[in-house]
Ligand binder design. Structure first.
Ligand code: PMP
Length: 410
């Protein structure tokens, strides 16, 4: 099917003026959405309206501007709570992004863990879901176990079952792989972990923009994501945690906002969610993220997903017909992204030659070096879609890639 699906991509594109530009004298085709998405006008305007009209620190003063900023800040928390169907807005902790959310969790879980306890991650994690756990392993002697991949580069669930034991305290895996676009069976992973008494953290950085996420239905203990991959600003993200678990955890950073009272003899900590939000937060980022959620909610999510699947299916089919291309995870259910290599060529050369034709794709290890090692390659070229990409763009990408391949192999 070569249509742009049932909803109007051209209407969507009017919200993203950045797309209307020439790059290297070609119309920009932005296919690097897994790295960051473009921002609709409503998000840009919400951020500038806040700075133009309401700028003040939150929660601290009894003047009008601070009241307005605080109302918008807390309304955003409620909005994000509804967006992922958390049970309570206390379960939404603002962070800088996915990376900070995972680091926060690694630090506050430390007191609950002892030498020899095990944390399970997977072979396809982003470095953000590997290194914080390695740092914890160095610090307190926990053991990191890794779910290997099957022959078609999906998670080996049978091997995962064998890794689980009463020593497993946490399982931390990606919802969708940023490098391959593969959707992991997180519901099954969570259920199996809970049967052994382990908690589960889901890295949702790539999932929130491409799936409807319901943390209660998933029954994950923690879920993390970044605003900038969801049409929101950079520097704002979310740590979701089940309230009863967050209550048991100590604060991470100390300072203003996270305390109830301070004296030199005794300091008491604030309630959720403020216990984890020391210092002045990214107020404009929170307001921008709320505008991004409003933007998404103003459409039928199913239309988005259908359109992205259509782009992905077209691209994957076209790549599969090119003998020079090695497709990663061919035929496996994906969301948002497809990764490939051009046999005998360096991924960065491909990306640079596509850029020369105005096409932005990502090349390299995608912050997943252990995955590249498991795939036995130094890197891939990744094409990642969003709702504003068109079938015409996907077609032009394939034509441009054919030209690049021909040029390199002549
Ligand atoms: N995990 C995954 C799966 C990602 O795709 C990313 C971003 N590429 C991250 C973690 C880190 O996100 P951020 O840089 O926004 O903290």
């Amino acid at each position: 099917m070569l249509s742009d699906s049932t909803f109007s991509v051209s209407q969507i594109r009017t919200h993203f003026p950045i797309l209307n530009q020439l790059v290297n004298e070609f119309p920009l085709i932005y296919l690097d959405n897994a790295a960051t998405t473009q921002k609709p006008i409503s998000v840009i305007e919400a951020v500038s309206r806040y700075y133009l009209n309401d700028n003040a620190n939150v929660h601290r003063a009894s003047h009008q501007l601070s009241n307005r900023a605080t109302c918008a800040f807390e309304a955003a928390r409620e909005k994000v709570k509804n967006f992922i169907n958390a049970a309570d807005s206390k379960e939404i902790i603002w962070t800088k992004g996915t990376t900070e959310s995972i680091n926060l969790l690694a630090n506050v879980l430390a007191p609950q863990l002892t030498k020899g306890d095990e944390i399970i991650i997977s072979a396809l994690e982003h470095h953000a879901n590997i290194v914080p756990w390695q740092m914890l392993a160095e610090r307190i002697g926990i053991v990191l176990k890794v779910i290997p991949l099957t022959d078609n580069s999906t998670l080996d669930i049978d091997a995962y079952k064998l890794l689980l034991s009463d020593k497993t305290k946490l399982v931390a895996v990606a919802h969708i792989s940023n490098a391959l676009g593969v959707i992991n069976p997180v519901k099954e992973i969570i259920k199996l972990a809970h049967q052994t008494g382990a908690q589960v953290l889901i890295d949702g950085a790539q999932a929130v923009a491409h799936q409807r996420v319901d943390v209660q239905e998933l029954d994950c203990d923690y879920y993390v994501f970044s605003g900038h991959k969801l049409f929101g600003p950079t520097g704002i993200g979310v740590l979701y945690g089940k309230q009863h678990l967050l209550e048991l955890l100590p604060p991470w950073q100390g300072g203003g906002e996270m305390i109830k009272s301070v004296s030199f003899e005794h300091t008491t900590y604030n309630d959720l969610p403020f216990k984890f939000e020391a210092g002045t937060p990214n107020i404009a980022g929170v307001i921008g993220l709320a505008a991004a959620v409003d933007f998404i909610n103003s459409y039928d999510r199913q239309d988005f997903l259908k359109h992205e699947q259509c782009l992905l299916a077209f691209t994957e089919r076209a790549l599969a017909q090119m003998p020079e291309i090695k497709l990663f995870c061919a035929g496996v259910e994906k969301s948002g992204a497809v990764s490939f290599a051009v046999k005998g060529e360096h991924p960065t050369d491909i990306a640079m030659l596509l850029d020369a034709q105005g096409i932005a794709v990502r090349s390299g290890s995608h912050c997943a070096m252990p995955l590249m090692k498991a795939l036995n390659c130094s890197g891939t070229v990744r094409v990642s879609f969003s709702i504003y990409n068109t079938i015409a763009e996907a077609q032009r990408f394939i034509e441009a890639l054919k030209n690049v391949v021909q040029m390199l192999q002549e």
